[in-house]
Design a protein around this ligand. Structure first.
Ligand code: ANZ
Ligand code: ZN
Length: 805
């Protein structure tokens, strides 16, 4: 029939594509590497996945048709807590559950028509993948990039696991957060507590400066992402300076404003500071405060101690305050309420004095009242002994020089990457704990350390796997126990793009030479939620791999695209919110076409059934054009103005759509195709169209739509009896001189306006005739139309215009 039905044709084309190995990359030497963030194996594709992968697929197809070697692989981020939770809920095991998710999701991707090189499929929960995580662990360990130490960690009492900082999220309004919790678990929304455990870390902080400086070179990354990484690394340059506390000793503080030191009216230490702990032993008020305080509050407790200001010699009170963070700087601050917001809030709450030591001009001409509001800007010093009159910058430098106890110091917000997880479904950390030797690495020859069979247990199933756990020490041969922590799954995703290059290699994680030739990934597309963790970890990994001699690239991704969110009713579409639409609900290819046409890839857009209808209509219109053509169209062999006009419009559309695809303005490329379909429809309705011209128009149209609607394009291509598969066809090129065409178009428009004027002044009042000449829909040569379709009077009028030029 004359209706296109994707469901009926998809299997056939899948079969044909597979048969021709359309998406396989034979020669992976420096291909165009197009990558979407591989999905977590959650069971179903959701709209966010569809959008993400439709974008990469359109670009990969576009580049393939342009004749490039394209690497467009897909794999599975298959480890992680949710698989374990699902296994508990369904009384199965994480592996079977994950496998069934993969089967389901792979099928959905095929239905969508995503063209992946499945011969390179990578699954992170397979031993032949995760053994390389263990290999890297060893390599990094030898390079001094692995640390084992006790650490206060975020703990989710419900998941029974440690959480990374970023997995602790702001509580939703309906969750009651207790005093000690600063947030809730990202998965189960249980308020998070803390505990101290021995943990494995990757020392990403060793690269803080490199990771920061490298951001400047990421010209094709969105500014929002580089800015978030900059803040996440949080470099602050300042100074460390010691205050002597009577009866205790020196307390060092970190400050970015050493110039304000004369304005310090108190010294405050955080609840975890050694001074606070020492005092708690004898001071009940301090002990009580440490026991019970709101970490978010501007509360504190005054001690009996005083500190000496090293510049003024003033004795200032010492407090313990919650707002002083234990893991920032030295865990202690000099309180300068006159010039710092938080110090001002604390001083106000505690009734501590406020002093002004900086003024904008320093000569009283610009007054600031620091009692009501701190002045945090630069300026000149006042009331600061011999430093009065200096600029804030000068004073900072001078004080660094003068004060014996002050030294330049730089602080970062970035913390080491805690990779230990007390869970089963992850890469076993390749370590054996021996009573005599301590933690010992499992030798490379014994890798992989494979996961034992899954057993249902309350805590970590690896603790319960006695047989697996009991082993011998690789160093001394005495009985020892395996490490039962597994790695954070972000380790898996930190290098999967390298594994795609040589997925079957079994004596190395990837082919190093190939990786050096291929990287960086040309285009990486994924959601904004990965701006810091994943996208920082891949940058860290590349640097660490460089340092162990496995990679020559510091930056693994050249161009980053963050796709916007799919909303529904103004809210993010999600299962949880109950506003999700399944990708197949409106037909797979319609959905795919719609998510691409709705907005620029980096914009959010709202799902609207009416707009989906438009995508559907476009499919049907294109199909109808081809269908009717295949039905039979006469040949005229004419090369008249309409034909010329159409050919030029084809060229113009090709030029515009090519540029649009290249710049990821996929929605605009689809807009061009829509316009072309309309024009072809008009041309067909026009008198007697020329068969070959029309066929050429359809042929171009199908190639332009192929990157976004491959099944439709293939089906129509076949109906048109065009050669081969459209997905392997050459991308259309511009054949005429478009600049000359543009000039001519402008001329025609001008002439048309002139003609209208002339007709009017000449008193030609047959509106139909005038319209024929100046009709805007048919923008081709006004002279020709006039000759063909109008009387002599108008022709002579036009001649008149011409002679006037
Ligand atoms: C005195 C001072 C005076 C500061 C002034 C600032 C302005 P930002 O402001 O984000 O760049 N600080 C140091 N250690 C801290 C800790 N453990 N917990 C909470 N705050 C701490 O961060 C630098 C400033 O943060 C430091 O400079 C210090 O306050 C505060 F007019 O020292 B400042
Ligand atoms: Zn031992």
């Amino acid at each position: 029939g004359r209706t296109y039905n994707h469901a009926k044709v998809q299997e056939f084309w899948q079969f044909r594509w597979n048969e021709e190995d359309v998406y396989e990359l034979d020669d992976p030497e420096d291909p165009r590497y197009v990558l979407g963030m591989f999905p977590y194996t959650s069971g179903n594709l959701h709209m966010g996945h569809v959008r993400n992968y439709a974008i990469t697929d359109a670009y990969a197809r576009f580049k393939r048709m342009q004749g490039e070697d394209v690497l467009h692989p897909m794999g599975w981020d298959a480890f992680g807590l949710p698989a374990e939770n699902a296994a508990y809920e369904r009384a199965t095991d994480p592996r079977s559950w994950t496998d069934s998710c993969i089967t389901q999701m792979r099928e959905e991707m095929e239905t969508m028509g995503f063209g992946y090189d499945w011969s390179r499929e990578v699954t992170t929960c397979e031993p032949d993948y995760y053994r390389w995580n263990q290999f890297f662990f060893r390599e990094f360990y030898d390079e001094g990039l692995v640390d084992y130490r006790g650490a206060e960690v975020n703990w989710c009492p419900d998941c029974q696991t440690v959480l990374a900082d970023a997995q602790v999220v702001d509580p939703p309004e309906d969750v009651d957060v207790h005093d000690h919790a600063e947030g809730v678990c990202w998965r189960c929304e249980t308020p998070v507590t803390t505990r101290e455990l021995d943990q494995w870390f990757f020392t990403i902080t060793d690269y803080a400066d490199e990771l920061l400086d490298g951001l400047d070179d990421l010209e094709q990354w969105p500014d929002s992402v580089t800015e978030m990484q900059r803040n996440w690394i949080g470099k602050r340059e300042g100074a460390r300076v010691a205050f002597s506390v009577e009866g205790y000793g020196d307390v060092e503080v970190f400050t970015t404003r050493l110039d304000t030191i004369c304005g310090a009216t108190y010294l405050a230490v955080g609840p975890g500071h050694d001074l606070a702990k020492t005092l708690a032993a004898e001071d009940d008020a301090v002990a009580d405060y440490l026991d019970e305080h709101d970490p978010e509050s501007m509360t504190g407790v005054e001690t009996d101690l005083t500190a000496t200001n090293p510049v003024t010699g003033a004795e200032i009170p010492v407090s313990v305050a919650a707002y002083v963070l234990d893991d920032v700087g030295t865990g202690a601050v000099m309180g300068v309420p006159g010039h710092n917001e938080r110090d001002h809030a604390f001083a106000t709450a505690m009734g501590l004095p406020v002093r002004k030591v900086v003024e904008p001009r320093g000569d009283g001409t610009v007054e600031v009242d620091v009692e009501t509001e701190p002045y945090t800007g630069a300026g000149r010093l006042v009331d600061s002994e011999e430093y009065s009159g200096l600029s804030t910058a000068e004073a900072h430098t001078q004080l660094l020089e003068d004060l014996d106890s002050a030294a330049v110091d730089t602080q970062y917000r970035l913390r080491d990457w805690l990779i230990s997880r007390q869970r089963y479904w992850g890469t076993p950390i390749p370590v054996v704990h021996c009573e005599d030797c301590g933690p010992v690495l499992v030798p490379e020859a014994d890798l992989p350390v494979e996961l034992p069979e899954f057993v249902q247990s309350r805590g970590n199933p690896l603790d319960a796997a006695t047989e697996w756990k009991e082993t011998t020490c690789p160093d001394c041969g005495e009985p020892a126990e395996r490490e039962t922590d597994t790695m954070d799954t972000f380790v898996d995703s930190s290098w999967y793009f390298l594994r795609f290059l040589s997925p079957d290699l079994d004596d190395a994680p990837y082919d190093v030479d190939l990786a050096n030739d291929t990287l960086p990934v040309d285009v990486y597309v994924g959601g904004k939620e990965h701006a810091v963790l994943h996208l920082l970890y891949i940058r860290f990994f590349a640097r660490a791999l460089s340092d162990v001699g496995l990679l020559d690239h510091q930056e693994p991704v050249e161009r980053l695209i963050n796709q916007g969110t799919v909303l529904h009713g103004g809210e993010k579409m999600s299962k949880k919110k109950g506003n999700a639409i399944a990708p197949h609900e409106y037909g797979a290819e319609t959905t795919r076409l719609f998510v691409l046409s709705a907005a620029h890839p980096n914009r959010d857009f709202d799902w609207a059934a009416k707009d989906v209808g438009e995508a559907y209509d476009l499919q049907q219109r294109i199909y109808g054009l081809v269908y009717d053509f295949a039905d039979g169209e006469p040949t005229t062999d004419r090369d008249g103005p309409a034909e010329q006009y159409l050919e030029r419009e084809l060229d113009r559309t090709v030029a515009a759509a090519t540029e649009d695809y290249e710049r990821f303005r996929i929605h605009q490329a689809i807009g061009e195709v829509r316009g072309l379909a309309q024009l072809l429809g008009q041309y067909r309705a026009y008198d007697v169209p020329d068969r070959e011209t029309y066929r050429h128009g359809l042929n171009v149209l199908l190639r332009l739509i192929a990157p976004v609607a491959p099944y439709l394009a293939e089906e129509c291509w076949n109906m048109l009896r065009a050669e081969g598969l459209v997905v392997q066809a050459d991308w259309p090129t511009v054949e005429s001189d478009l600049e000359a065409y543009d000039r001519e178009r402008t001329l025609v428009t001008t002439v048309r306006d002139d003609v209208r004027d002339i007709c009017e002044t000449a008193g030609i009042d047959d509106p139909e005739r005038i319209e024929l000449v100046v009709a805007p829909e048919w923008k081709y040569n006004a002279y020709e139309i006039a000759r063909q379709q109008s009387g002599d009077s108008i022709v002579s009028a036009i001649m008149g215009v011409e002679s006037m030029r």
